[in-house]
Write a protein that binds this ligand. Structure first.
Ligand SMILES: Nc1ncnc2c1ncn2[C@@H]1O[C@H](COP(=O)(O)OP(=O)(O)OP(=O)(O)O)[C@@H](O)[C@H]1O
Ligand SMILES: [Mg+2]
Length: 293
């Protein structure tokens, strides 16, 4: 499915959750939608699915999703950020979504099983009584149950433990066919391997749009941390001043930090290694993606 947004604005009262978004996503591509909390990711997804109205133009294959909500729903597999707060039972939700998407209950049960979720065991429970992880698995099982032309997953791993995340990644990677995939997350480090393109939202605007590889190369930084066992002695040897000159920031007792481009990381680590004795000073380097910059 081909997604186009032209100058999309969504206001809540006076607040602009989307502030002139222009996006064009080709059929069959996988895109990560990232950005800090409140940047408009979920709002953008709701606009694309035609769940809410907006200003500007939104089209799926040239047609308005808002005016064709039922056919959009039939063609879209969607796992929302949080399960609907409903007294309906698991089975009632499965029935309702299966009817809209024209899929069999058994395929949902099988998809749940692949996420290590025994759907039959909880089928008569109200959805709101499920644990956070179970709710998320239910939403994901409904989304993964059958191929769709558009697959949208909003923060799909937020409530999953490490093992379930692993199962989710396996399931995601096994998606075949021509689905257009939108993966929404505030954790770029987790989704970057799964997509070809990254769109970053910041305050309702597109702050970056391009290939995932370029984004990671351009924006990646390393966080260098230095822990001194005996901070007073460490400082009295002139190390505090030396680190200050190198641009380190003194944090809690005995800890200095600095973020550097990954390219500059090795040079810096080398000069730290030359100066410090590894018995009294611990140096760690952690690669992170600073998409908020
Ligand atoms: N129904 C609503 N009424 C009023 N304001 C809203 C509504 N929905 C979203 N907002 C506001 O719009 C902004 C964007 O919200 P949105 O949920 O799209 O962010 P997000 O990028 O998905 O954040 P998160 O990472 O926390 O999921 C926020 O400031 C939010 O408070
Ligand atoms: Mg969100």
């Amino acid at each position: 499915m081909h997604i186009q947004l032209k100058n999309v604005v969504k206001t809540y009262g006076r607040f602009k959750a989307l502030d002139g978004a222009n996006i064009d996503i080709a059929e069959g591509t996988k895109t990560a939608l990232v950005g800090p909390n409140g940047s408009g990711k979920s709002t953008l997804i709701r606009v694309i699915m035609g769940l809410i109205s907006c200003e500007g133009e939104v089209s799926l294959d040239g047609r308005s999703p808002y005016l064709r909500r039922s056919s959009t729903a039939r063609e879209t597999a969607y796992a929302p950020q949080s399960a609907p707060r409903t007294g309906a039972t698991v089975d009632e939700i499965v029935k309702a979504v299966s009817a809209i998407r024209e899929i069999e209950r058994e395929t949902v049960v099988a998809a749940a099983g692949r996420l290590d979720f025994d759907l039959n065991a909880v089928s008569s429970k109200p959805v709101r009584e499920l644990s956070g992880g179970m709710k998320q698995k239910l939403m994901l099982a409904l989304a993964f149950a059958a191929p769709a032309r558009l697959l949208i997953l909003d923060e799909p791993t937020a409530s999953l433990d490490a093992e379930s995340r692993g199962r989710f990644f396996e399931e995601f990677e096994s998606i075949t066919g021509s689905a257009t995939v939108l993966l929404c997350s505030h954790r770029l480090e987790e989704v970057r391997r799964l997509v070809d393109r990254v769109i970053v939202l910041n305050a309702g605007r597109v702050a970056y749009d391009g290939p995932a590889a370029d984004f990671i190369r351009d924006r990646s930084i390393s966080l260098i941390e230095i822990h001194a066992d005996d901070p007073d002695r460490f400082v009295s040897q002139g190390n505090g001043e030396w680190l200050n000159e190198l641009g380190f920031h003194r944090g809690s007792k005995g800890v200095w930090t600095k973020s550097v481009d990954r390219a500059a990381k090795l040079d810096l680590l080398e000069s730290l290694a030359r100066r410090f004795d590894s018995n009294s000073v611990d140096v760690t380097a952690r690669d992170v993606e600073n998409y908020e910059q």
